[in-house]
Design a protein around this ligand. Structure first.
Ligand SMILES: [Cu+2]
Length: 351
């Protein structure tokens, strides 16, 4: 029934784009196979070959920009200061001040598919916040949305800064200032913790919070990937999956990396409704630093599985030039948008 519901949704959503047609064809072919219990026919394979086509508008949110932006570095210098300020403190740490605003906003998550999101600063995920262990973090939160919201940070903090109890809810029009020391170092997150929690989460009120160790990790080509999904018909089941919100974005715009260079991925699972999500990278292995709270790798693998809210830092070096796919190893998620490409450039090991 799950696939039927999702297929019906894709039809009902009036997908006029070529992607919609290709997508519906793929869902139909999968359903046809389920019905017949037999192998795929020629027609179904032809539908598979259509692949993702059509594009979303990148004016409001560009997943490639989000990938390599933190502390509002994607904004012009003049505008950045409106949302983020750094002040040195006597002990050498920084006071980092952020402005986050909850606003309701419709976002395009696949060509022609719009989702009525609740956002931090107009985007899903919200801006990536980044501090060094021991810094003071001060977040001024303004709720300009239509519902009560909070910000719940993962990390050490006193209970009144937890944003998780009814008395912590910030009413529409209200403001609250969260303040705490950034610790421990690691890969964390922030999200609204108003109830019903799963609704406030899946509507888009979440973001990444990176705390760097005082002795920095080795220099690397760093990127932020948030695995998320969207329940477009509100049946508590996702119809669209992605890394950084827009289905199949990195199939159209492969992530450029250099052969031999250290690549570091900050991978966060903010998918609701599905218990787990995963990342599988083709043609190589990577080191995993679970929750990023240790500088020693916890495993070396080519597939990492994360529960809801779980995260991991991944490190690898591309050995060969060329294109390498990455995707959820839950095949259904991959077919519904959670798929992308790296493009490695430079001289390979055997060339
Ligand atoms: Cu909320």
């Amino acid at each position: 029934m799950k696939s039927l519901d999702r297929r019906a949704l894709l039809r009902l959503s009036g997908l006029a784009s070529a992607l919609g047609l290709a997508w519906t064809a793929r869902r139909t072919s999968a359903h046809a196979q389920e019905q017949s219990g037999g192998a795929y026919g020629t027609m179904e394979h032809a539908a598979h070959r259509a692949g993702p086509v059509g594009r979303t508008s990148l004016d409001a949110f560009n997943p490639s920009v989000f990938l390599r932006a933190w502390n509002f570095s994607d904004r012009a210098a003049s505008e950045r200061g409106r949302y983020y300020r750094e002040t040195p403190r006597p002990d050498g740490t920084l006071l980092r001040e952020y402005d986050l605003v909850a606003v309701d906003r419709e976002i395009e998550i696949a060509p022609g598919v719009f989702f009525p999101a609740w956002t931090f600063n107009g985007q899903v995920p919200g801006p990536t916040l980044r501090a060094t262990e021991g810094d003071r973090v001060r977040v001024t939160f303004v709720n300009q949305g239509s519902h009560p919201h909070t910000i719940h940070f993962h990390g050490w903090h006193p209970p009144e800064m937890d944003g998780a109890l009814p008395e912590h809810e910030v009413m529409p029009g209200g403001t609250f200032v969260y303040e705490f020391d950034a610790e421990p170092f690691g890969l964390h997150l922030y999200h609204c913790h108003a109830v019903p929690l799963k609704r406030h989460l899946h509507k888009g009120l979440y973001g990444v919070f990176i705390v760097d160790p005082r002795t920095p990790r080795p220099p690397a080509d760093e990127m932020v990937m948030v695995m998320n999904g969207f329940d477009t018909n509100f049946d508590a089941d996702n119809e669209v999956y992605a890394v950084n919100t827009v289905a199949n974005h990195f199939m159209h715009e492969p992530i450029a990396v250099r052969v031999g260079a250290l690549v570091r991925i900050y991978l966060v699972n903010l998918t609701e409704f599905d218990l787990i999500n995963s990342l599988h990278l083709h043609g190589m292995f990577f080191d995993v630093f679970r929750t990023g709270t240790s500088l020693s790798r916890s495993e070396t693998t080519d597939t990492v599985m994360l529960c809801q809210g779980e995260r991991a830092i991944l490190e690898t070096r591309f050995r060969y030039p060329g294109r390498f796919m990455f995707h959820a190893h839950q095949s259904e998620f991959a077919e519904l948008g959670w798929m992308g490409m790296f493009r490695a450039e430079g001289a390979g090991r055997d060339t």
